[in-house]
Structure formats: structure tokens, C-alpha cells
Design a protein around this ligand. Structure first.
Ligand code: SF4
Length: 160
């Protein structure tokens, strides 16, 4: 491919491999799901980024995509599903509802899924365009290459 690199650190090589082999768990709750399907379909082809295989068990996934509105009642379930995922793990909030609650300003809607789990990348939009989603995915790949994960930050900040 005309692309060559060398590294003397095993961790860098592992991070490079990880960012191109993401196994996503789509936590789809609402209308953003349609745009998620569009992103995964051949036209936008998320497979180019090594993230084409959605896993429907959190135990087989390292990337959670929260796609749509999250209600307060879903909070404990979301937290439990997240706890079952492999480590290291990452989270993308897909759409303004997942990021902030969107235009649902009421007692039943959670004002952003980061109230219960750490989020690495926020993708705004109602719904976000597939190009935006791919941009968010590339941002996450950069974070993985730099060994950044909000899960690890939260574990460190929770440590006594
Ligand atoms: S951001 Fe818009 S499209 Fe996505 S779940 Fe909320 S209301 Fe639906």
C-alpha cells in the first residue's frame, strides 16, 4: 500500500491493530438507528475502518454505539450492559439525544448517556449524517492509537 512504519513499542503496534478491529455493540433505542444502518451499508462502508461486524452480545464487543434517546429507566440497564463488555472498551454517543438528551427536556429523558457511563466520542446531529459518524469513528481511532480511553480515566479517578 506504500505505507510503512516501524515502532519499537509493542503497545503502539497493539493500539494500531486495535483501532482497525473494532467490534461494535449497537445499543439502538430510537430513530437514529436508521442512520446507523445507512452508515453500515455499502454506500458509506464502515468496513473500510475495520468496524463492520456488529456483535449482539456485549461480551464480544469493545465499542458501544449508543444510538438514540436514553431514558432514565434505561440507565441501570445501559450501565449493566456496559459492565459486561470486554476491556479496553470505548463508547460513542450517536446523535444529539444520546449526547445531551436532545430536545427532550423532561423528567423521563436522561440528559446524555454520560450520566451513567463514560463516553469517548460525541457525534451531534438529529440524526447525524453518515459522514459525521465516520468522522467520529476516525476520531476514536486517533484516541485508541494515543492510548486514550475515558473508561481508563474513570477507573483511575475512582481509585482510592
Ligand atoms: S437525535 Fe434525532 S434522530 Fe436521533 S434519536 Fe434523537 S430525535 Fe431521533
Amino acid at each position: 500500500m506504500g505505507l510503512e512504519f516501524t515502532t519499537s513499542r509493542a503497545a503502539d503496534a497493539i493500539a494500531w491493530a486495535r483501532k482497525f478491529s473494532l467490534f461494535s455493540y449497537p445499543f439502538v433505542t430510537a430513530c437514529c438507528g436508521m442512520e446507523f444502518m445507512s452508515t453500515a451499508a455499502p454506500k458509506y462502508d464502515i468496513a473500510r475502518f475495520g468496524a463492520e461486524f456488529p456483535r449482539f452480545s456485549p461480551r464480544q464487543a469493545d465499542l458501544m454505539l449508543i444510538v438514540g434517546t436514553v431514558t432514565e429507566k434505561m440507565g441501570p440497564i445501559l450501565s449493566r450492559v456496559y459492565a459486561q463488555m470486554c476491556e479496553p472498551k470505548w463508547v460513542i454517543a450517536f446523535g444529539v439525544c444520546a449526547c445531551t438528551g436532545g430536545f427532550y427536556q423532561n423528567y423521563g429523558t436522561m440528559p446524555g448517556c454520560d450520566q451513567v457511563i463514560p463516553v469517548d466520542v460525541y457525534i451531534p446531529g438529529c440524526p447525524p449524517r453518515p459522514e459525521q459518524v465516520l468522522d467520529g469513528l476516525m476520531l476514536l481511532q486517533e484516541k485508541i492509537q494515543k492510548h486514550q480511553s475515558n473508561y481508563q480515566l474513570r477507573v483511575l479517578s475512582d481509585a482510592p
